[in-house]
Design a protein around this ligand. Structure first.
Ligand code: SF4
Length: 351
């Protein structure tokens, strides 16, 4: 099979290194996930949905989990937040540390207490994240009343401040409005304000702009970037959108069929991908300079019940050889902190 067309122009998507933020160098991992495995109960028995996921999120950085839907990104997020529905899912192995503290072994009450304080989440659908019966300000202030003991007046004042910080105009008036009185973009800003109420160390944003139109999407991404820089907060961004990953990431972890198949500093990943799936994802992005060259990844991600043997990507892979269907590839280091799970990682990287 031929190499996707983006390889011919590789390098044109590389972010400007000079424009990248300087991160705190204290070495503290805000989040560390090791060998996380999760399975799900199906009619045919238990099947793996996460297969040894490793994530390192440093203080103040943005790490993007990038992949098609069904790759395991959102399941990873639910494990981190402690909101994985058990059953049908079950964590079968691995560890999750938040600020050095192992959370998977914690009693559920202690785990719940971390939500909002240490780790918080922004969802794609802000409407379902909010209760239509309560004002936006009341909902932003809820955590402050229940967890910080603020009275109604103080929580309302703080809600106005938070709404100001997420750039909701006329916050002092809008604090008393209901979610349906907000546009989609303003509601997503309010959802971000809710997530920030207890000043978490880690913010997980799961497709935070997918439901928004392009202009509003850019504004919300800029807001997330600014807030993160102001608070030195770590951001775990989950997206299927290469443009969003390109704009936002310090590092990228590409997921496929419940595994992280490539991880690298964003500039290097976009410039020199070392996994055929990453190459294919980049080739599927419409390009202004060559609009006719869009290449869609053939086939669909595998179903949980029918996971291919060997490398799970092999039925769709333009680089596959006989070994790929029989042997699962191990991680290969192609550079400093650049790992690819492919039998031909070096060749793809140097191609
Ligand atoms: Fe493609 Fe084989 Fe690499 Fe898998 S191991 S990505 S099938 S070349």
């Amino acid at each position: 099979m031929s190499t996707p067309s983006i390889r011919k122009e590789r390098g044109t998507m590389a972010p400007d290194d000079g424009a990248r933020r300087k991160l705190p160098q204290d070495g503290t991992p805000a989040l560390r996930v090791r060998d996380l495995t999760v399975d799900i109960r199906t009619a045919a028995g238990r099947r793996p949905v996460l297969r040894g996921v490793d994530v390192d999120l440093r203080t103040g950085e943005t790490l993007t989990l990038l992949g098609e839907s069904g790759s395991g990104k959102s399941i990873t997020a639910s494990v981190l937040l402690g909101t994985l529905p058990v059953p049908p899912f079950r964590v079968t192995g691995g560890s999750v540390e938040l600020g050095g503290q192992d959370v998977l072994t914690m009693p559920s009450k202690a785990r719940a207490a971390l939500r909002g304080e240490r780790i918080a989440m922004v969802f794609q659908d802000s409407m379902s994240a909010m209760n239509p019966s309560f004002t936006v300000g009341w909902q932003i202030g809820e955590m402050l009343r229940t967890r910080r003991g603020l009275n109604r007046k103080a929580a309302r004042l703080r809600a106005v401040e938070l709404m100001d910080q997420v750039r909701i105009p006329q916050a002092a008036t809008r604090v008393d409005q209901y979610p349906h009185e907000f546009s989609g973009g303003m509601r997503q800003r309010a959802a971000i304000a809710m997530a920030l109420a207890l000043d978490p160390d880690v913010l997980v944003a799961d497709e935070p702009t997918t439901a928004l139109d392009v202009t509003v999407q850019a504004e919300v991404l800029e807001l997330l970037r600014d807030i993160q820089a102001e608070r030195t907060m770590s951001l775990l961004l989950i997206t299927h959108d290469m443009g969003v990953a390109y704009e936002m990431s310090d590092r990228v972890a590409v997921m496929y069929a419940g595994r992280i198949v490539e991880t690298a500093v964003a500039a290097e990943l976009f410039d020199r991908p070392a996994h055929p799936y990453s190459v294919s994802l980049m080739a599927s992005v419409p390009r202004l300079d060559s609009p006719g060259e869009l290449s869609v990844i053939s086939g669909s991600p595998p179903e949980i019940e029918n996971m291919p043997a060997g490398c799970a990507f092999h039925p769709r892979c333009w680089r596959a050889e006989a070994i790929c269907a029989g042997q699962e590839p191990a991680g290969v280091a192609v550079g400093a902190a650049h790992l690819s799970r492919c039998h031909f990682a070096q060749e793809v990287f140097h191609d």
